[in-house]
Ligand binder design. Structure first.
Ligand SMILES: [Zn+2]
Length: 322
């Protein structure tokens, strides 16, 4: 993670995410780095994509001119940015989010995380999903001292932007708080099987990465998996309808190449796979562009230049009326 020259990776990443640089030290980098080190190369590549926000969303694909539309195929309302993948309020997206959140909470419970911490972590993730400000921790979560510590950790995390929490950028205070809760528990119940795991923070960070990846992978399978009722995925359905809008163009506006292309595409449209559909859509768009451009050139050649030649035409002095 650290670079030998220039600014550190962490600093650059942090600035990119829009988090205030003066709070850089709040992040539990120690466990962040251990968490990365513990992953195999495949997992690490996936994590890098997650924490650098490199998912190929519809709006990213549109920018690369590989996509058809930047609109989210699950809600058909908003542009699908990375933030929208978490914030989409369609039925599908909500269920994906819930599944990922429940997995995350189960992991925390297995790691003997205390209730108040799970509650606050859940709130942070929900806040991002619902795009609202977080509620402060409740008052009925333990004794006076623990309430105070919970609040301190909460406010520490709040100094960072809440919407980077799900990427594993957690305050180092959570680790201290977790240990404190477990030590208390041990005092009250020495027979308890809840042991303090020194890797707790590392595991929380990994669980957050897993949460984010689960939100993304569910999104992708919802978009690319065939719907048994429609026998088609959202993605290929969208491609097919974009293709059909080209095929509806009046025949006399088409060039010869376009006519041939349209004929071929409509013949095989029903059986084509998504990759073929995407390729056809690109071809149709390119061919349309060429036709429009050549028509525009024709118009300029046939009549558009006349006013220009008239303007520059040499006129004999007598014509001026002298
Ligand atoms: Zn959406």
């Amino acid at each position: 993670m650290l670079q030998r020259h220039g600014p550190t990776m962490e600093n650059r990443l942090f600035t990119k995410l829009g988090a205030p640089a003066k709070y850089h030290h709040i992040i539990d980098w120690e466990h962040f780095k251990i968490a990365l080190k513990k992953q195999n190369p495949v997992q690490r590549a996936r994590t890098t994509k997650t924490i650098h926000q490199l998912w190929p969303t519809a709006s990213v694909m549109e920018d690369r001119q590989e996509g058809r539309t930047n609109i989210c195929l699950r809600c058909h309302q908003k542009s699908e940015t990375i933030a929208h993948v978490y914030q989409c309020q369609s039925r599908m997206a909500k269920s994906a989010f819930r599944t990922a959140l429940n997995q995350f909470r189960k992991k925390l419970q297995k790691m003997h995380t205390s209730g108040p911490i799970i509650q606050i972590f859940t709130e942070f993730l929900l806040v991002h999903h619902q795009n609202r400000t977080p509620k402060a921790p409740a008052h009925n979560i333990g004794n006076k001292k623990s309430i105070q510590y919970v609040r301190m950790a909460f406010e520490h995390q709040m100094l960072l932007r809440v919407n980077i929490f799900h990427l594993g950028y957690i305050s180092f205070k959570w680790g201290h708080l977790h240990k404190m809760f477990l030590d208390n528990h041990k005092k009250l119940d020495p027979e308890s099987n809840k042991f303090n795991d020194p890797q707790w923070s590392t595991k929380v960070i990994q669980a957050l990465w897993h949460f984010s990846q689960s939100v993304w992978s569910q999104r992708s399978s919802q978009i690319h998996k065939k719907d048994p009722e429609l026998e088609e995925s959202l993605f290929s359905g969208e491609l097919r309808s974009s293709i059909q809008s080209y095929l509806r163009l009046p025949r006399d506006t088409l060039s010869r190449n376009e006519k041939a292309l349209h004929l071929n595409v409509s013949k095989h449209l029903k059986k084509a796979f998504p990759t073929t559909l995407a390729r056809w859509l690109k071809l149709l768009a390119e061919e349309r562009e060429l036709t429009i451009r050549s028509k525009r050139n024709d118009r300029i050649a046939s009549g558009g230049l006349q006013p220009l030649t008239k303007f520059f035409r040499w006129r004999a002095p007598s014509e001026k009326g002298n």
